[in-house]
Design a protein around this ligand. Structure first.
Ligand SMILES: NC(=O)c1ccc[n+]([C@@H]2O[C@H](COP(=O)([O-])OP(=O)(O)OC[C@H]3O[C@@H](n4cnc5c(N)ncnc54)[C@H](OP(=O)(O)O)[C@@H]3O)[C@@H](O)[C@H]2O)c1
Length: 311
């Protein structure tokens, strides 16, 4: 081998040794791509079910008032239903609708054999009792997993309809073969919609789980010990790079609308993405991480509920 060739080989080796840090590491947990793959599978499954049983699965999304973020979420959900062939039975109520009118609608949908899933888009206006409305939904049609029976099943580690965002996070972690056994998981946020059910699911997967919230003292000390860090708060840049353990797996559930330096409105999570991605092993982008998985788990829960009815 000539000197020139040897020098070229050494140069290529040196370049390739320095490259991985920037080009391969860290990896994005691509919720958008995974959601698309699952939706393609669901579409084929829905077609098969329709030809076998004569009707498509049906989902009713109930929305009260015209909160712009909720309206966008509901539109997304209904669009996703159309894409995979799930029939929509949604109803949009004015902001001053009475509790009894929504209860009657839920009763009717509970009885409707064409409806497999019912979801009440939260939050609802303050004059409504959201907890009671959630209790009214038939647990077998509770595709948001918020009925006490389904939350109880989750607590016991039993199979049942599970809250969509936490289920989507777990699915994403499984897809990337992230081993959770014995890992330190810190969940920031303790809502019944996201924080608590994610913590239970991580516990079920044998992680050692800590839940933090607005009264937690020394949050950074806890987050710095996290092999798996889940941020589910709703505050842009709450989690900065100095609060994250090098090589951690970071799941950003937060969705916050901010105005950037150019005066443009954009969505960001709870994590300072640009800084944290440099030192984490895996990280979810916002948008394109957990959000698409949430919608997809809703579709999956609706199909699950349908197949259970027909089994
Ligand atoms: N990607 C998705 O598909 C998806 C789905 C659902 C929600 N989200 C987003 O996820 C975020 C959380 O949603 P959520 O429904 O769980 O919100 P939430 O009900 O408002 O709960 C927020 C949680 O964050 C805690 N918290 C507030 N400030 C904190 C602080 N400075 N330090 C530590 N913890 C703090 C609160 O603690 P306390 O309990 O002490 O008040 C609470 O437990 C929001 O941005 C929401 O838009 C995204």
């Amino acid at each position: 081998m000539s000197d020139t060739t040897a020098r070229k080989i050494i140069k290529v080796l040196m370049i390739s040794l320095t490259l991985p840090m920037k080009s391969v590491y860290p990896q994005l947990l691509d919720g958008k791509a995974l959601a698309q793959r699952i939706q393609d599978q669901l579409k084929a499954e829905v077609e098969r079910l329709k030809s076998t049983y004569g009707r498509p699965p049906g989902l009713a999304v109930l929305m009260v008032g015209d909160h712009p973020a909720s309206a966008a979420y509901v539109r997304n959900k209904e669009r996703a239903c159309t894409k995979v062939g799930i029939a929509s039975f949604g109803q949009h109520f004015p902001a001053d609708v009475s509790q009894s009118e929504i209860e009657q609608t839920i009763d009717r949908l509970n009885q409707d054999p064409n409806v497999d899933g019912i979801l009440l888009q939260l939050p609802v206006p303050a004059h409504l009792n959201a907890v009671y409305l959630l209790h009214k939904i038939d647990p077998d049609k509770d595709v948001d997993g918020l009925h006490p029976l389904n939350l109880g099943r989750l607590l016991r580690g039993e199979r049942g309809l599970q809250s969509c965002t936490p289920a989507g996070v777990m699915r994403l972690l499984r897809e990337y073969r992230i081993d959770l056994k014995g890992k330190n998981a810190v969940v920031v946020g303790r809502s019944i919609l996201v924080g608590k059910p994610i913590a239970l699911m991580l516990l079920e997967a044998d992680a050692t789980v800590t839940i933090a919230h607005s009264r937690t003292k020394n949050l950074a000390e806890l987050t710095r010990q996290a092999d798996i860090l889940i941020a589910a708060v709703g505050r842009p840049n709450l989690i900065t790079a100095d609060q994250v353990k090098p090589n951690a797996i970071v799941i950003d559930v937060g969705i916050n609308r901010v105005i950037d330096a150019q005066g443009k409105s954009r969505l960001v999570g709870d994590v300072d993405f640009d800084a944290v991605r440099e030192m984490s092993q895996f990280i979810t982008p916002v948008p394109g991480g957990v959000g698409p998985m949430t919608v997809t788990m809703l579709l999956q829960n609706t199909v699950f509920s349908y197949t259970r009815t027909h089994s």
